[in-house]
Design a protein around this ligand. Structure first.
Ligand code: V47
Length: 354
């Protein structure tokens, strides 16, 4: 059976077949991914009203791609007090936020309680608000630095009110590339183990892939296949999020950046290869809003959310520091020919903007 027929018949692709998808032209790939996306969700495109909070940029790790953590390129260290965090949450809830997405740097002196008490205080004040917090990289850091097991950190998160985990810290799983990008951080196996343990607790999470820097196409496919294997075991991933590398203010030297075509191919291929992960998120922050809107025709069914503030990727050049107003978001999705659907963090539909 040729590759296109196999994809159309819903057959699961082997590694070599998945790699060969990149040799197809963009429009064939788009058509194949769009068929899958439309079978599942029709014309709907999902988003949520959320708020990103990054409570500290003080970090024990030194990932080459990161422009956010305090370093000699970014001398402005900050760590928010719990009162500051609560004021932000209060304001966001008043603006309609249904989820807070909280990701911090790996602060070597803050202590585990600083992380956990923030979640506990948010949940005590806003029991209905979905708290999506702590990447697997943070879980690994807290465990290693403060002498806990992963199980202990994950149980503390649940006890403190964390509802789901974001997909950050995955970067690229290939060990050689990973060592070059972020030596000393959570390993690929550990990242997967932490998500496995989280899923075993009945909780959902997301998975990212940072691409468009020094990795090859084969590394991207390898990354997707490791996620597909874990998803076969646990079913705990909601969404896959290919993050396009942003190039400013960091220590990673990249010769060639991906074209729009390469980015769209990667969305489409992820939709085809990850047959067991329900949602493909075109995170508008790193794709740019225009390409994210087009990605809806290349397999993506989710654009993340309104965000309000964003510090990690905007530090590296993305136009996301102030999020996106709800009305603009809805109009842009509609103008692109899709039906915007506000969802909650677990993809229950809250409002359809027909
Ligand atoms: O893991 C850091 C990435 C991630 C850069 O789960 C960069 O719904 C691009 O994980 N260029 C954190 N990316 C953000 C994240 C995320 C974002 C949106 C939604 C979800 C979700 C998760 O940011 C890190 C890292 O891979 N990152 N620096 C950069 N220069």
């Amino acid at each position: 059976m040729d590759l296109i027929t196999k994809v159309r018949s819903g057959g699961r692709l082997e590694r070599k077949e998945a790699e060969a998808l990149y040799d197809l032209d963009l429009f064939t790939l788009g058509e194949l991914a769009d068929e899958i996306r439309r079978k599942r969700y029709g014309n709907k495109s999902f988003f949520n009203i959320n708020r990103h909070i990054n409570p500290t940029n003080v970090c024990a790790d030194t990932c080459k791609f990161c422009a956010y953590s305090a370093s000699r390129k970014n001398p402005n260290r900050y760590t928010m007090s719990h009162d500051e965090i609560l004021r932000i949450v209060e304001n966001s809830v008043a603006n309609g936020a249904k989820e807070v997405h909280i990701v911090s740097a790996h602060h070597p002196e803050a202590g585990v309680a600083w992380y956990m008490d923030a979640f506990r205080k948010i949940k005590a004040r806003f029991p209905e608000l979905h708290v999506k917090a702590m990447t697997a990289a943070e879980v690994d850091f807290l465990a290693r630095h403060y002498g806990h097991t992963y199980d202990e950190v994950l149980d503390m998160m649940i006890e403190s009110g964390v509802d789901s985990m974001p997909g950050g810290g995955a970067e690229i799983f290939d060990e050689k590339v990973r060592e070059y990008l972020c030596k000393g951080k959570v390993t690929s196996d550990q990242w997967l183990e932490i998500h496995r343990k989280w899923h075993e607790r009945g909780r959902m999470s997301n998975a990212t892939m940072l691409f468009g820097h020094v990795e090859s196409r084969a590394h991207r496919i390898d990354h997707m296949l490791r996620l597909r294997d874990l998803q076969d075991e646990t079913g705990g991933f909601n969404a896959f999020i290919p993050l396009v590398y942003q190039r400013d203010n960091n220590f990673l030297r990249v010769e060639e950046f991906p074209t729009g075509q390469e980015i769209l191919k990667t969305y489409a291929i992820s939709r085809i290869v990850l047959d067991n992960i329900p949602h493909i998120k075109a995170y508008w922050v790193t794709a740019t809003i225009n390409l994210a809107l087009i990605a809806q025709e290349f397999g993506a069914d989710d654009l993340d959310g309104t965000i309000e503030r964003e510090s990690i990727q905007s530090a590296a050049g993305a136009a996301s520091a102030h999020g996106m107003p709800l009305q603009s978001f809805v109009s842009l999705i509609k103008d692109a020919g899709f039906v915007p659907v506000e969802r909650d963090s677990l993809y229950n539909e809250l409002q359809v903007y027909a």
